[in-house]
Design a binder for this molecule. Structure first.
Ligand SMILES: C[S@@+](CC[C@H](N)C(=O)[O-])C[C@H]1O[C@@H](n2cnc3c(N)ncnc32)[C@H](O)[C@@H]1O
Length: 437
């Protein structure tokens, strides 16, 4: 398989192995609520992921990450300007670690734009396996054109990889009221509302398939033949059976070519997701900023939040209630907030101070029953506890802790783990009382 090369590639592929394990401590003042649904961690995600790996390896159903896109911007809360190879050096070890968290039927969704997106695809193929690539979703992040641009950029991509595509399955999306309203009951059929679809198909050799190009009598008199280049979607026997079962629609006056009736009650529970996500269906950047203003507490607004509806759609497709979700570039906390409201367990990692000023505050409001974003859609009433953790000074250690320290296994929930760089060099010889490596 062709591979991407950059100066520090070999070192970067081994970087995750060199990160030592650390212990995490709770910050009670920043913890909130009751329950065991979430874990909020402040720290560099390479260190935080390494600390969490012994507890959660192979247990995460869905990872969503929205890393810095390398747009050459300096945002208020994080720097988005790395030399190109340094960006690869940043992302590759994290992808390698993240893969370890996925369950065998899990998936990872990585949001990106065109600055690094194509390089990301190539390195992700290497980490997750080209055969496990599911698709690249195009999300319409803005709908207003920038007239000064050469070509106005209106989408982000979301690369989707399964841990093992043969074992991965997706949920269908619920039909919207608008989609349901396309089903009507024009003939009072006892089976309920239906919509009609073409009863012809196109095929290269349709003109030669004479058995499928017969005349169908119309209820109002006369006959219908399929148009040139198409043929009926069945032999005469099938057509007769459908007609007898009142499954062909000849128009209100019975004088049109037949169409097939598809009943709302008989189609599968929802819509198969596709790769085009319009802003009407999945929200947009402007919507995300409005949502974020509601919980930023008057502080500096976070520049690049994602809308709750976008994350809701991902979690709906990739998880069911109770599944574990991980976001290691948490930003303003959207994934955590949405997962919490949707009844998924979650782990969020963010290294900036906004882990406290935005994420912890947002989760506090979610627990109190905040009604922004997807709250009304999921009938969110608020509940559950969000503990806040930080790494224990001197808690740095090589070796693997056992699962007894798993915060999600204890009777409490979302935590913030804070990075203490000084602790990096103060390695304890033995675990503190009551703790295991
Ligand atoms: C594009 S933002 C994510 C926005 C998020 N999806 C939301 O809805 O708010 C990227 C975030 O990744 C964080 N980040 C960058 N490098 C990181 C690292 N090494 N460890 C943890 N967080 C990091 C940045 O501080 C920033 O908040």
């Amino acid at each position: 398989m062709p591979l991407l090369h950059w100066l520090t590639r070999d070192e970067d592929l081994r970087a995750a192995d060199r990160v030592p394990y650390r212990l995490l401590d709770e910050v009670p003042d920043l913890s909130a609520g009751e329950g065991d649904e979430g874990l909020l961690v402040q720290g560099d995600n390479l260190e935080a992921l390494k600390a969490l790996l012994p507890f959660y390896a192979g247990r995460v159903k869905c990872i969503y990450i929205d890393p810095p896109y390398n747009t050459r911007s300096a945002f208020e809360h994080y720097d988005d300007s790395l030399e190109h190879a340094k960006w690869l050096a940043m992302i590759v070890p994290r992808l390698i670690l993240l893969r370890e968290f996925l369950s065998e039927d899990g998936s990872i969704w990585v949001q990106i734009d065109d600055d690094e997106g194509h390089y990301l695809k190539v390195v992700s193929d290497e980490v997750f396996g080209r055969k496990n690539f599911v698709c690249s979703i195009q999300w319409q992040k803005v709908f207003a054109k920038k007239n000064k641009a050469l070509i106005s950029d209106s989408h982000d991509s979301i690369l989707v990889f399964a841990k093992d595509k043969a074992k991965w399955n997706r949920n269908v999306l619920p039909r919207t009221d608008k989609q349901k309203s396309a089903f009507k009951n024009l003939d009072g059929d006892a089976r309920g509302p239906w919509q009609s679809v073409s009863y012809t198909v196109q095929s290269e050799d349709s003109d030669r398939r004479t058995a499928y190009r017969y005349e169908i009598p119309l209820p109002a008199g006369g006959t219908a033949k399929p148009p040139q280049g198409r043929h009926w979607n069945g032999l005469p026997d099938r057509t007769d059976a459908l007609r007898d079962d009142n499954r062909l629609w000849f128009g209100p006056k019975g004088d049109r070519a037949p169409r097939l009736k598809v009943f709302l009650s008989e189609v599968q529970g929802g819509i198969v997701p596709d790769t085009w996500w319009s802003h009407q269906d999945a929200g947009n950047n402007q919507e995300a900023k409005k949502e974020m203003m509601a919980f930023s507490g008057g502080g500096e607004p976070f520049a690049t939040p994602k809308p709750e509806r976008l994350i809701q759609r991902i979690l709906h497709i990739a998880t069911t209630p109770g599944d574990l979700v991980l976001d290691s570039f948490l930003g303003s906390g959207t994934t955590a907030a949405v997962a919490h409201k949707m009844g998924r367990r979650w782990i969020g990692v963010e290294m900036g101070e906004h882990a406290r000023t935005h994420c912890a505050l947002r989760l506090q409001k979610v627990i109190e029953g905040e009604q922004g974003g997807i709250s009304k859609d999921v009938e969110w009433g608020g509940r559950r506890r969000v503990p806040f953790l930080h790494p224990r000074p001197g808690g740095l250690r090589r070796g693997r802790p056992d699962r007894s320290g798993d915060p999600l296994c204890r009777p409490r929930s979302p935590c913030l783990v804070q990075r203490d760089p000084a602790a990096h060099d103060r390695r304890a010889d033995r675990p503190s009382p009551g703790r295991a490596w």
